[in-house]
Design a protein around this ligand. Structure first.
Ligand code: AMP
Length: 192
């Protein structure tokens, strides 16, 4: 199985590049943000519980995220070639939870690809996305600041977690979409 974690700040291009990598490698795109937005859109209880958390720019609880990832992997693992995790893990506790889940299932992480994009560029892309995708959490500047601060406080340490396990690869996340995809594929093909 090819199990890739795409890592990077909000606006670093994880979602866009994950979709392109799915085209290349035929793996399942597992985006916890997309899964949560689908829950909200469906009007489920879970959606109702997470809506205000997402709107504020904070993180949904680790237990809830690990539960939805566990369920998705349990349902799909026998029919997929692997996963691209996008927006997960976002805390060290989630990274530890994923390690336990994979250990239980006899699976391994192929590599963690960190999209490296300067903060000024992140802000520029997020304001573009706010108008093109109509995402409420991209539109309010104070929510955006909170998401960037959450990223630095809670998510950036996940990079060290994987660095110490020799799984982290930093990839220049600037340039054209094609250039970035080629860099990501270069790493994947070298380590798989
Ligand atoms: P994203 O689409 O990945 O930017 O996620 C949008 C929002 O969903 C985040 O700002 C969080 O509120 C929530 N979210 C998505 N993935 C996670 C996760 N792995 N852990 C906690 N919260 C998450």
């Amino acid at each position: 199985m090819l199990n890739i974690i795409l890592f990077g700040g909000p606006g670093s291009g994880k979602g866009t590049q994950a979709k392109r990598l799915v085209e290349v490698y035929g793996v399942d795109h597992l985006s916890t943000g997309d899964m949560l937005r689908a829950e909200i859109a469906s009007g489920s209880d879970l959606g109702g519980r997470v809506e205000s958390v997402i709107a504020s720019g904070s993180l949904v609880s680790d237990d809830l995220i690990l539960e939805i990832v566990r369920e998705r992997v349990a349902c799909t693992r026998s029919s997929v070639k692997g996963y691209i995790f996008d927006g997960f893990p976002r805390t060290v506790a989630q990274a530890e939870g994923l390690s336990s889940l994979f250990e239980e299932l006899g699976l391994g992480i192929t590599c963690v690809l960190e999209l490296d994009v300067p903060e000024a560029e992140l802000l520029k892309r997020l304001s573009l996305r706010a108008s093109s995708e109509n995402r409420a959490d991209d539109q309010d500047p104070s929510v955006l600041r909170e998401r960037l601060s959450v990223y630095h406080r809670q998510t950036a340490p996940v990079a060290d977690f994987y660095k110490s396990r020799q799984l982290l690869h930093r990839v220049d996340g600037t340039g054209t979409l094609e250039e970035i995809t080629a860099r990501l594929c270069g790493v994947i093909d070298a380590v798989r």
